[in-house]
Design a binder for this molecule. Structure first.
Ligand code: ATP
Length: 229
């Protein structure tokens, strides 16, 4: 296995019960690359995240990490191997303070406070009292100290105040510098698109177009969201 290969999904088919949602998804994220996965409501983006993290089994196709086949690995094993899924509000203990939350992951939260002053100011508050965006920062904070190999963020800018959204994006840019493979999933072409190196459009459970961000213009966006290829 070549550790530099990043993260790949090849021909992935998955769904719920009798319903097939993903109909052969091909997706690749290299180390140090940000891929924005865009698509309309119901296209299958969250299902793709669930498959990537190992929360939903694959019916056909493969999931690869650094060239290694992890298709049958359960979620906890993928997490240990460096695949981090960051859905909004998950992974935070609402009754514990910010400081206590950080200490469940890190012996010393100081490097996080230096980098994210917003969290430093709120270190004594229960995590449940933070805004959604601040909780998101808290979920992502340990990644700064111990960068994962792959970070998958489902709707990272959903409902965030502009200032917090900016901090989240800066954090993604920093992780890219560290060589993390980042998959940012968004329904709308938001600021995640500005940051992306590569854009993948999803419609009805398949990737309909992949290319460099620079090749995405208004026309391309319109076509993608209408589901025409
Ligand atoms: P959204 O932005 O609305 O979350 P999405 O692109 O992330 O859209 P998914 O959440 O992956 O899309 O949903 C794709 C399809 O799978 C939808 O038709 C949805 O109704 C269905 N679906 C999602 N979760 C389940 C589930 N647990 N059981 C059954 N069907 C589901």
């Amino acid at each position: 296995a070549e550790p530099g290969d990043g993260f790949r999904m090849e021909g992935v088919v998955a769904g719920y019960g009798d319903v097939t949602v993903l109909r052969g998804v091909d997706l690749a994220v290299r180390p140090g690359e940000i891929v924005a996965l865009l698509g309309a409501n119901g296209a299958g983006k969250s299902t793709t995240c669930a498959v990537a993290a190992g929360d939903l089994p694959v019916r056909a196709g493969r999931v690869l990490l650094g060239g290694q086949d992890v298709t049958r690995w359960p979620a906890h094993r993928r997490a240990r191997a460096g695949i981090l899924l960051a859905p909004e509000g998950r992974g935070v203990f609402p009754g514990l303070t910010v400081e206590e939350n950080l200490r469940t992951w890190l012996p010393d939260p100081e490097p996080v406070y230096e980098r994210l002053p917003r969290l430093a100011e709120r270190r004594g508050l229960p995590a449940g009292a933070l805004s959604g965006g601040e909780q998101q920062l808290l979920t992502l904070a340990p990644a700064l100290v111990r960068p994962p190999r792959v970070l998958i963020a489902d709707e990272p800018s959903l409902g965030l105040a502009p200032l917090v959204a900016e901090q989240v994006l800066a954090l993604f840019a920093e992780l890219r510098e560290h060589g993390v493979a980042l998959l940012l999933v968004e329904e709308k072409a938001t600021s995640a698109l500005e940051l992306a190196d590569t854009v993948a459009f999803m419609s009805l459970g398949t990737i309909t177009w992949t290319g460099p961000r620079a090749a995405v213009d208004g026309e391309r966006l319109t076509t993608a969201y209408l589901g025409v290829t």
